[in-house]
Design a protein around this ligand. Structure first.
Ligand code: NAD
Length: 353
């Protein structure tokens, strides 16, 4: 086999370790900054305030309004706050929604970002911003969007509710699974994807029994970093496109939607590229679609789009939107195939082996 590939490493600083978030002030100073705007969701406002307190004089203010799918109107309010307090960097504490807000600010201002992720979404290591305006989610990719510093502190994830830990972990697994067959994959992305799949496949079953197991929390976050990194470096296909449609046009919850769709999209593509998906088969122990379904079930993940609130009557429109703009996928598909796949996911049918 002849090898041919392009590889570009990410320029971000990654810091990983229990208690690593205590060093956030030192990182603000290392970036040559001194007025951080601390971002969070309203749910994590208390954590954001505590972080601002820890930053002391290095914190210029807090904004606790981050929301799922990065609505542009929220970004505008946060930008006004950044101007008002004369912020010279942002510190985002939270999951993909808070990271998304920090990226949206950086995209418009080029302010440097420090991200402290508390879920397994992986957004913190990608130069990609998805934002929503007038019911449509669009994606931009720009070097300004990639956070400069990411501090992974497993201790901050110990309180992540178990249901969210599971769905967020499956969201990360989806990045790695699609990276295995990406057209622009390279040896490093494949190594990272396989290691990320291994780490999460081992951590999630431990976490559902022992949510406060710090070693398993560390493994899951390590897996999230690896899976997020491949999401940022190679192209995604069918799975991410469908989830993007369901999130942007039907306001479906991000991680849960990824969790439900994963067995169906990967099962669909496994027919075309079984060799490339062999790591999924090896790690989960059988046919990719069926075994991912069994794994999701074993860790208590939601299995149907129905339980996430999608109406069956929306499936036609979802299939239409998801196939409107053509994109590359390892297995060709048409609208009817996607409609059938969505029906299976709506009902939670186990993909055939
Ligand atoms: P989220 O950030 O919306 O978090 C869900 C909820 O959990 C929020 O209320 C949050 O405050 C709370 N939470 C987070 N961590 C917690 C913790 N440790 N303890 C207690 N509560 C906690 O969910 P998410 O799945 O991480 O992110 C979803 C968003 O990220 C979507 O908008 C998605 O599009 C985006 N995303 C973007 C990329 C990218 O590369 N651009 C990648 C993945 C996800």
């Amino acid at each position: 086999m002849t090898r041919q590939f392009t590889y570009s490493g990410s320029p971000a600083h990654i810091v990983f370790g229990n208690g690593a978030s205590l060093e956030v002030g030192a990182w603000v100073e290392r970036l040559g900054r001194g007025r951080a705007l601390v971002l969070s969701t309203s749910h994590q406002a208390g954590d954001g305030d505590a972080l601002a307190k820890k930053l002391g004089a290095l914190a210029a203010g807090t904004f606790a309004g981050a929301a799922m799918h990065t609505p542009v109107e929220v970004t505008e309010v946060a930008l006004a706050k950044a101007h008002e307090v004369n912020a010279d960097c942002v510190v985002a504490l939270g999951g993909g929604s808070t990271t998304g807000l920090g990226k949206a600010i950086a995209y418009r201002t080029d302010l440097p970002q420090i991200v402290i992720p508390t879920t397994y979404a992986g957004s913190e290591v990608t130069p990609i911003l998805g934002q929503t305006e007038n019911g449509l989610k669009t994606t931009v990719r720009d070097a300004k969007i990639l956070p400069e510093v990411v501090i992974y502190d497993p201790e901050l994830t110990v309180g992540l509710p178990i249901a969210m830990s599971v769905t967020s972990g499956l969201n990360a697994i989806a990045h790695a699974a699609e990276a295995l067959y990406a057209q622009d994959r390279n040896p490093v992305s494949t190594l990272m994807a396989v290691e990320g799949l291994r780490a999460l496949s081992q951590a999630l079953p431990v976490l559902i029994e022992e949510p406060r197991n710090l070693a398993a929390r560390g493994d899951a976050l390590y897996g999230a970093w690896l899976c997020g990194t491949v999401l940022g470096t190679v192209g995604m296909a069918l799975h991410h496109k469908i989830c993007h449609t369901l999130g942007g046009s039907f306001d479906m919850p991000h991680a849960e939607t990824h969790a439900v769709m994963l067995p169906h999209t990967i099962g669909f593509n496994a027919v075309a590229v079984p060799e490339l998906l062999k790591p999924v088969a090896d790690i989960f122990g059988g046919s990719p679609g069926g075994r991912l379904h069994d794994f999701a079930k074993s860790v208590g993940a939601p299995l149907t789009l129905r339980e996430l609130g999608l109406e069956q009557g929306d499936l036609d429109r979802a299939a239409e939107i998801a196939t409107k703009n053509p994109y590359w996928n390892p297995r060709p598909f048409d609208r009817a195939a996607i409609r059938a796949l969505l029906q299976d996911a709506w009902e939670g049918r186990r993909p055939q082996d």
